[in-house]
Write a protein that binds this ligand. Structure first.
Ligand code: WQD
Length: 344
């Protein structure tokens, strides 16, 4: 059994990172946060203290800075790393590909080199279902073909997975888990942490709750002429709290399985259309969503949802919260933001 106590969480002040910090502490781990706060806010740190009662050590610099990263490893001597730090906006990556290649790839290579220098054997990597593109068959399994990605962001996820696989192959003492997220939504039940909005949300649920809060005039449903039952796109929405727990289960798995590289789909294992999400939100909250149907969004996959059998059988993980729970928690979080005067 590999000792695993202190875990470096890069991007630990971000949306999924912060929820994972909560579960790490609840599970007896000692997390350390590395975040350059380019897409997160220091207010999250107060929230983490309020929820956990712990003051998590925080380092504020970019993962690509190998010198600072090495000094952090000297001081903290982590047993493993969960790597969230990356840019994740599909549309932005099309406009600024070099930002994505530098930040997502160089940071990962820098981190892997330092892991090797300090003989830290465990990595959990934040990947995405975007690697699949538009699947030929549904639900997608981990063996479903990885197609050429329509976006630089998706391609950086594919390249990152390959870089990690090659590193594990070359260094038998090194182990990694690659987690392919489907669509993370919702917030911690307390409403103390959640997805901090920066500008106009790209994603469906943040835009939906801002519309209901009166921050946006209306939600646009990007197309209802797809070959789906109600014509709108289908996705696999997963509560961020369930998603966070999968990272802790991955560390547990790594304790017993070194020298391996395994990939897991993380989703509900079922799809919901955009119009079903709207209906579920209205049922869960009693609120009405003002929406109009507009043109399709370029690059959108028509439908995708996960086969999560492997995560259930190998990681002993499955979702415990449903779409209604996530939408109710997303709305609760949005109301906390409004009460705190935080608009975007
Ligand atoms: C979901 C559905 C839209 C906004 C992206 C990334 C993915 C991951 C999650 C990082 C789609 C529709 C959306 C709106 C709408 N990020 N929609 N009106 O595109 O599935 O996934 O975010 O890992 O990698 O690709 O998520 O929430 O943007 O869209 O109708 O105002 O909602 O068309 O069908 P997506 P999304």
């Amino acid at each position: 059994m590999v000792r695993m106590k202190k875990i470096l969480v890069t991007g630990g002040a971000g949306y999924i990172g912060s929820h994972t910090i909560v579960d790490l502490i609840a599970s007896g781990y000692e997390p350390v946060i590395l975040d350059n706060f380019s897409n997160s806010d220091r207010r999250v740190l107060d929230g983490l203290f309020r929820i956990t009662g712990k003051q998590v050590p925080v380092y504020d610099f970019d993962c690509a800075d190998k010198e600072k990263l090495s000094k952090l490893f000297l001081v903290e001597n982590p047993d493993g790393v969960i790597h969230f730090a990356a840019d994740k906006a599909v549309g932005e990556s099309v406009s600024f590909p070099l930002k994505y290649y530098r930040n997502n790839i160089v940071s990962l290579v820098s981190l892997l080199e330092v892991l090797k220098d300090f003989s830290v054997p465990n990595l959990v990597f934040s990947s995405s279902c975007t690697v699949y593109g538009q699947p030929d068959n549904l639900p997608v399994t981990e063996e479903s073909p990885v197609k050429e990605s329509p976006s630089p962001y998706g391609y950086t996820m594919q390249v990152s997975e390959r870089i990690i696989r090659d590193t594990v192959y070359a260094h038998p003492a090194f182990s990694a888990v690659l987690l392919r997220y489907f669509n993370p939504i919702g917030a911690h039940r307390s409403g103390i942490i959640g997805e901090l909005p920066f500008g106009v949300p790209n994603n469906l649920v943040p835009f939906l709750v801002q519309t209901v809060a009166g921050i946006r005039d209306h939600l646009t449903v990007y197309g209802n002429d797809y070959s789906t039952p109600d014509g709108s796109c289908i996705r696999d929405y997963i509560h961020v709290v369930d998603l966070a727990r999968a990272h802790v289960q991955s560390l547990e798995w790594l304790k017993e399985n070194n020298g391996q590289c395994e990939v897991f789909n993380l989703g509900q294992g079922r799809g919901h259309s955009v119009l079903e999400v709207i209906k579920s939100f209205e049922d869960a909250t009693g609120k009405t969503v003002s929406y109009r149907v507009g043109a399709r969004r370029p690059g959108d996959v028509e439908q995708i949802w996960a086969d999560v059998t492997k995560a259930e059988e190998v990681l002993k993980w499955k979702t415990q919260l449903g779409l209604g729970d996530a939408l109710r928690d997303a709305w609760n979080w949005q109301q906390q933001l409004v009460a705190a005067g935080i608009k975007s």
